[in-house]
Ligand binder design. Structure first.
Ligand code: PGA
Length: 241
């Protein structure tokens, strides 16, 4: 595990964006595992700026997103499909046919999860996986559980996740209760994993996940065993390590 200390959110975003830029420069047809949420927003801003400066070319990448709310149509502003287009895809030259997000509107979980796992395998796995961490230690929507779930699966969201995500919705009742998420296998098989953490609210879970035991009760803790895992955090998120 490599730890990179950043001053603040902006510095963290720049450092992570630099790693992604280097990845795409070295391997233009990289498969990028992408994440949504407040943590990576700044990274997408940096990458869009780099693209506008002619510093990076996304025309050959394939993107595979981590998760999507079950039942959520793409055009809904709260969907992760929408988030990714709004923050990143609409502003760079990624090819639309190379964008992959779980299809929330396929209510047949078994079918959709099998499709997504086959897709990841067909692309040869992920070159660089970007992650945030939930307050409960989730990665993607792999919530605390008795075992690690390997494949893409449908999860019931934890109360703390619904609480954290309600900021994007008009009211808490509108937050979907279920989501499709890539499983632990695809994340752990990614050649490189980069996680960004920011703010004092994440300080406890950072300590538990990366300085405590590896346990499915703190799903991110499995990353301690990844051979190329980089954790980039700001001073507040690292205040307890
Ligand atoms: P956040 O979410 O970046 O919005 O804090 C992280 C996560 O839930 O994985």
């Amino acid at each position: 595990m490599r730890i990179i200390r950043a001053k603040d959110y902006a510095d963290m975003s720049r450092k992570a964006a630099n790693i992604i830029r280097a990845q795409v420069t070295m391997k233009p047809d990289s498969v990028l595992g992408l994440a949504t949420g407040g943590s990576p927003e700044g990274i997408y801003k940096e990458l869009v700026a780099a693209y506008n400066n002619g510093d990076v070319d996304f025309s050959e990448i394939t993107s595979i997103n981590l998760d999507e709310y079950k039942g959520m149509p793409r055009e809904n502003e709260q969907s992760y499909w929408y988030f990714m287009h709004d923050h990143f895809f609409n502003h760079v030259n990624v090819r639309p046919q190379k964008i992959n997000v779980p299809d929330g509107t396929n209510l047949n979980s078994e079918e959709e999860c099998a499709r997504y796992d086959q897709l990841i395998e067909a692309k040869g796995g992920i070159d660089l996986q970007l992650l945030g961490i939930g307050f409960d230690g989730h990665i993607g929507f792999n919530e605390p559980a008795d075992t690690f779930t390997l494949g893409t699966h449908c999860v019931d969201l934890e109360e703390s996740t619904i609480e954290a995500n309600k900021r994007y919705f008009e009211k808490k009742e509108d937050v979907p209760r279920q989501a499709y998420t890539m499983g632990i296998k695809a994340i752990m098989q990614a050649k490189k994993v980069v996680m960004v953490v920011s703010g004092s609210g994440k300080a406890d879970i950072v300590r538990q996940a990366f300085f405590g035991p590896v346990t499915p009760q703190v799903p991110a803790s499995i990353l301690q065993m990844h051979p190329d895992f980089t954790l980039i955090g700001d001073e507040e998120a690292f205040s307890k390590i």
